[in-house]
Design a protein around this ligand. Structure first.
Ligand SMILES: Cc1cc2nc3c(=O)[nH]c(=O)nc-3n(C[C@H](O)[C@H](O)[C@H](O)COP(=O)(O)OP(=O)(O)OC[C@H]3O[C@@H](n4cnc5c(N)ncnc54)[C@H](O)[C@@H]3O)c2cc1C
Length: 399
């Protein structure tokens, strides 16, 4: 008999999970999504480690290569890499392509969704907003429930058993690193950025330095896509709409606009290009968070009950389980999906072992991304003070 897996949320992670399980014998997937169309056009990039073919290439990241070695045991890494090699060629080709350069988020979502439909078997779709009660009621004995509904996870709070409504946020650890403007623009010439360039182009900006993120520029043959962030205060954050353009910035935050102009003028001096269109700006809190429980292990520990969470496995995946700033979340979510797809297909595993292994994996991913994000934030803070030795020393805690 096949195992029925309910996947709630068909964003990139829910879709990848579905595509991975669809090609696995003995599974049928019920995929639920509330959006009728994929419209998010922001450019994202997958980390090269997702398609690594050796432990060495998996660990090449300059910031967290050492952490990976410290946190994961070699056999764990090797098993993960072996699973990657076994991914069906149609899906593997997509992943390889996305790791090469930038790609709009909705193009990742559409390609995965089309691949699932083209294969034509093993997946039933429901187009609707699913409530927590409905998701819980779907779980028949022997089924599994995967919540990939993103940062505002449908079931994260429900994983803590208790009478009455679950307390909001009780199952979440949140570290707010900063408030930022994410600014994106297109430029009509090749433009590449490294740490020297970030420094030089911000030299005359005492405040509101625009920092293109690590590998955050991409030339597609005609146009460079540039995305970066500017640190703002909580007061500035609260006074801004969630999304706006260059005209709004000039009118309402002239100091930030001036800093952007200086940065862009220096790019133009170098490469004689023009900005194409307008700046696109969103203001977001940069949060690093995780679910304290990424499975229903607490329900099992609480003893037998009639509640479906007491007898069927439930997992959080992607942004439901862990969220991180600095443009690394999709890769983390995809890594998560691959581990989970591999785990649930090990049919000889007892449910408790399955939940324990997933919790451990998610915790290790958390350690990795926590250290990486704190390091990036620390480096950014130092960068802001490079021309002011006293301010720089204030931020250094050497021993
Ligand atoms: C401005 C910005 C820029 C970013 N840039 C990058 C980047 O460059 N690189 C990177 O790695 N990451 C980036 N990210 C993060 C990245 O977009 C997320 O990590 C990724 O989308 C998470 O995928 P997910 O599938 O877990 O969740 P989501 O993409 O949030 O998908 C969740 C899905 O669940 C559906 N859903 C939710 N609730 C329900 C419900 N009740 N019923 C049915 N369906 C439901 C939603 O409609 C959605 O389709 C960026 C984020 C932002 C905000």
């Amino acid at each position: 008999m096949s195992t029925r897996v309910h996947v709630i949320g068909a964003g990139p992670v829910g879709l990848l999970l579905t595509a991975l399980l669809q090609s696995t014998e003995g599974f049928s997937v019920h995929l639920c999504e509330k959006r009728a169309e994929y419209t998010r056009t922001r450019m994202v990039q997958l980390a090269p480690y997702l398609v690594a073919d050796s432990v060495e290439s998996y660990r090449t990241d300059a910031i967290d290569g050492d952490s990976v070695e410290a946190i994961f045991d070699p056999p764990e890494l090797e098993e993960g890499l072996a699973y990657r090699q076994s991914i069906a060629p149609d899906l593997s080709a997509l992943l390889q392509g996305w790791a090469l350069g930038f790609c709009p988020l909705n193009s990742i979502e559409r390609s995965l969704s089309e691949l699932i439909d083209a294969r034509g078997h093993g997946v039933e779709r429901t187009a609707a907003v699913v409530t927590a009660d409905e998701a819980i009621a779907m779980l028949e004995p022997g089924d599994m429930l995967l919540d990939s509904t993103g940062s505002r996870s449908l079931l994260r709070d429900q994983l803590i058993p208790g009478a009455g409504e679950p307390a909001e946020g009780a199952n979440t650890v949140n570290v707010r690193l900063e408030y930022a403007l994410v600014i994106t623009f297109l430029y009509g010439q090749p433009y590449d950025c490294n740490e020297y360039c970030k420094y030089y182009k911000n030299k005359d900006n005492p405040q509101y330095k625009f920092i293109p993120m690590v590998h955050r520029t991409h030339y597609d043959g005609a146009v460079s896509h540039v995305t970066g962030i500017v640190n703002i205060t909580v007061e500035e954050y609260e006074a801004m709409p969630s999304r706006f353009d260059g005209a709004w910035l000039r009118e309402n935050a002239p100091d930030v606009a001036q800093s952007m102009d200086r940065f862009i003028d220096k790019i133009k001096e170098e490469t004689q290009g023009e900005i194409l269109g307008d700046l696109e700006i969103v203001r977001i809190p940069l949060d690093l968070y995780r679910a304290r429980n990424a499975t229903n292990r607490r329900w099992l520990a609480a003893g037998p009950s009639d509640h479906p969470f007491s007898h069927s496995p439930v997992f959080l995946a992607g942004d439901s389980a862990i969220g991180s700033p600095y443009f690394q979340s999709i890769s983390l979510g995809f890594e998560n999906a691959m581990f989970l797809a591999r785990l649930v297909t090990q049919r000889d595993l007892a449910m408790q072992d399955m939940l324990d292994r997933y919790e451990l994996f998610v915790y290790k991913q958390w350690l990795r991304v926590y250290m990486r994000s704190k390091m990036i934030k620390h480096n950014k803070d130092l960068f802001e003070s490079l021309d002011n030795p006293l301010a720089l020393l204030e931020k250094l805690h050497i021993y």
